[in-house]
Design a protein around this ligand. Sequence first.
Ligand code: HEM
Length: 395
Amino acid sequence: MMRAIGIPAYKPDIYAADAIVGPYPYYEEMRRLGPVVWLTKQKVYALPRYAECKAVLRDDKNFGSGQGVALNRLTNRLSRGTTLNSDGAEHDQRRKLVAHRMLPRALRSISDSVDAAAADVVDAALHKGDVDGVLDLAAALPLAVVPDLIGWPHDQRDHLIEWGGATFDILGPLNWRAIKAMPNAFRMLRFARRVVRDRTVLEGSLAYELLAAADEGKLSHDECPPLIVDYIAPSLDTTMSAISNALYLFATHPEQWQLLKDEPNLMSNAINEVVRYEPPLRAFARSVDQQTAIGGVTIPAGARVLVMYASANRDEREWDEPAVFDIRRDAGRQIGFGQGAHACAGQGLARLETTAILRALSERVDRIELTGDPMWAINNIIHRHERLPLKLIPT
Ligand code: HEM
């Protein structure tokens, strides 16, 4: 694909390790260049501003996901059969088969057990004193809750974080990092196929219900593995990112932590502000079948555009002082969970878990203190800490 005349080009590689660790100056420069920017390295039209990202996400007729949302063909082929990688009626049907399990009404039945699990996780961390915010808090709750809900069998759970991270890594360009992640992403898919073949999913779970639907002829059994991967792959890293980002932000903004403790009704907005400020997912692509205009710029047929959720959420055209973390700001319109037809199907669960852990912490912890330098994980798509040394100071 060639760059259309008049569209500014951006040469730095936003998938290089430096840009993954500290992406915001890169995004700021791209937003300054214009509403559509040609990424020289990836040969794709990037949308760094809020208005264009939102418009494209809402226009799933002109900006499709069916040819894949990754920046490389291999992953786009591998992702066939998923909800994420589908359009129109096919997408509606796939979403209908599973997503109802993640709606607030369906999740109500597990909310007490999620609260209890969060209380256990926080009590164990308090007992320890010095903790790793990622392992001891951010990973502990999703691991305790989500594999059971989805129905992943007990063996192979040790690999879930690694396999899930790899499944995200390969959704970037086909750089060295994505190539290295391929074997683990394949393992996840292969194991999902085996789970369906051997019918080892947990009874009553999301995957169990999906298999029952296949038995009734509502879909074929071959269609089940990608749909299970659709839900198990993003179920850990994303929420780990939101929780660990929240821990970091509240540790470095103690006045905001005090505010949340004093005004618990700010919780839902606080989660939106965390996801606005540090979006767990950086960007996904869409394809353009027919020549289309975005932000007054003509995009040629056959092009791919990159929707940069994480840049949009810091766009100074949309947000006052976007680099300020403020749980009182109106953050509800952030697009860190996507928007439109493909908006995150699991956000109810992610919000439930993040709320549970922050509530358990706010009831027990006076201050969250950083005790060392945090370390970012290097992943093409997921923006999360690898390590976050913390001390919890009890109330
Ligand atoms: C803080 C946590 C999370 C964030 C920030 C997040 C973010 C996103 C985003 C941005 C999309 C849109 C993709 C697109 O535009 O193409 C998405 C889609 C999706 N998410 Fe999440 N996600 C989170 C947690 C979860 C969880 C816990 C699950 C499942 C257990 C999940 C399952 C899905 C699925 C199945 C889709 C595809 C929906 C579709 O294509 O219709 N997500 N997520």
